[in-house]
Write a protein that binds this ligand. Structure first.
Ligand SMILES: NC(=O)c1ccc[n+]([C@@H]2O[C@H](COP(=O)([O-])OP(=O)(O)OC[C@H]3O[C@@H](n4cnc5c(N)ncnc54)[C@H](OP(=O)(O)O)[C@@H]3O)[C@@H](O)[C@H]2O)c1
Length: 277
């Protein structure tokens, strides 16, 4: 059976199915209480990697996680992202070094930590030299404010360029059973031992693939969502899915996918990318 853990950057050990916190709502109060319950249940069930970002509520999501989970268990890692700003009510990619530095300082304060184990650049800013963006993150790492540097929504060429500037520990791209656009990036991560965090991991889409996932799910006494997550785990040992949910029921279902073993015949049936309907 494949390993249930992965060492991000060689030393940040996490359980392979994490939790994406993006959909946890900070308000109204009833939604906040429910969100806190989901975050706490995720940790109770053994989640050690939670993904958030400054952009998710412009800090509100990070604050919600701190309210729910601080003081943190030693093995819990909350990965966050910087590099997107809110300007006149619109978000825009902003990788200026001063913005990244300020973003990290604010995230440290909101998360109530001295160090962020995995800090991801939410998007590469095309208007700022890449060396400046990654240079700033490299300095933050040297200062001990962050442990490892990750990227999000990058191509293989961007990943390779970034790696020539600074060590990259993770990539977070959209990827799931039905969306394989970033297969080449996953292959590059696999070859280099870089963690690949597929976002939007709970596949939804073409009827053809839903049917195959449903058939496999029936055979295993599982749900199609669990099959989609188990397929991701089987794709490569570097894959760390971060499914998001607002409900404890779906959370429990998603985390139980770690125990699902797909046979080689089932993988063969799921691997071909079906045509869109
Ligand atoms: N780097 C980036 O640019 C980027 C972009 C988007 C997201 N992300 C990260 O990726 C994480 C996951 O992405 P995502 O939320 O877009 O996609 P997702 O996890 O694939 O999908 C979440 C959606 O699926 C539903 N769902 C979850 N579990 C389910 C289950 N067992 N059965 C049926 N429905 C289920 C949820 O609804 P319920 O609430 O009803 O369960 C929610 O609507 C986010 O939290 C965020 O951390 C990163």
């Amino acid at each position: 059976m494949a390993s249930t853990t992965f060492d991000i950057g060689g030393d940040l050990t996490v359980r392979r199915i994490g939790f994406g916190a993006m959909r946890l709502a900070p308000e109204p109060a009833s939604a906040r209480r429910a969100a806190i319950a989901v975050a706490r249940r995720a940790v109770e069930l053994g989640v050690t990697l939670i993904d958030t970002a400054h952009m998710y509520g412009w800090g509100a999501n990070e604050e919600l996680l701190a309210e729910a989970l601080y003081p943190y268990p030693d093995d819990l890692h909350i990965a966050t992202k910087v590099g997107i700003s809110l300007v006149d009510g619109e978000w825009r990619v902003d990788g200026r070094p001063s913005v990244l530095r300020d973003g990290v300082d604010q995230a440290l304060r909101r998360l109530r930590v001295d160090r962020i184990g995995l800090l991801q650049l939410h998007r590469i800013d095309p208007d700022t030299p890449l060396a400046d963006q990654l240079g700033a993150l490299g300095e933050l790492r040297a200062e001990g404010k962050i442990g490892h540097i990750g990227l999000s929504e990058v191509t293989v060429a961007e990943l390779e360029r970034a790696r020539s500037i600074v060590e990259i520990a993770s990539v977070q791209n959209r990827y799931n059973l039905l969306d394989r656009e970033h297969d080449p990036v996953l292959a590059a991560c696999d070859a280099a031992g870089i963690a690949f965090l597929p976002w939007r991991p709970v596949a939804a889409g073409s009827a053809g693939s839903r049917a195959e996932a449903a058939a496999v799910a029936d055979e295993l006494g599982a749900t199609p969502t669990q099959v989609a997550l188990a397929w991701l785990l089987a794709r490569s040992p570097v894959v760390l899915p971060i499914p998001s949910t607002t409900g404890v029921g779906h959370l429990e279902e998603n985390l139980a996918a770690a125990d699902l073993e797909l046979t080689s015949d089932q993988l063969d049936r799921l691997d071909p990318l079906p045509g869109r309907d």
